[in-house]
Design a protein around this ligand. Sequence first.
Ligand code: G1P
Length: 201
Amino acid sequence: HKDELLALVRSVQPDDMVCAYVRQNRMLGLGHAVLCAEPLVGNEPFAVLLADDLMVGNTPIMQQMVQQFAHWRSSILAVQDVPREHTQRYGVVSGSVVNDGVVDVTGIVEKPAPDVAPSTLAVAGRYILTPGIFQELERIPRGVGGEIQLTDGIAQLLRHEKVFAYRYEGVRYDCGSKLGFLQATVDLGVQHPEVGHEFAQ
Ligand code: G1P
């Protein structure tokens, strides 16, 4: 009779949501992983959420991006400013500023060294992409690290379509690093309604 816990678990998945899974059998990178989902996605715009980037905002970050997509009807990349010495950890965009939060992207490179990075505007792990990305991912050669890079696919997509970078309002925790994982645990732990107070002590 752990009914409360059961209700909590069930509440995570709305009744009308269907979950389907695809396995990426080969370690060929993020772009290849996205390509594996093509049979499920079909010819529609879709969202990519990299689970090791934990994003927290008063308005959920993906909701902010969906609002941007509704306006621009083009691919939207979540971006944040990073210290120049960190560009090598990210996809980095260049482009022209449209307004406070939005950049019209003209270029994107994967993990550039600080001295050659086109800007310090780095892609966080949230994307809304048009289905045109699939054709690009099928064609591109392996990139950085010998992997099929989503970033390289987006660079090709730019030749045919508009892509916008959106400075989201919120905080990103890089839970793919030990430090980021610990920061997320502490920040969210002290805010937790049930255990926050004791955890802060
Ligand atoms: C991936 C992407 C990179 C992006 C990053 C965000 O890199 O390839 O463009 O900036 O996620 O977290 P990874 O962290 O998998 O090396």
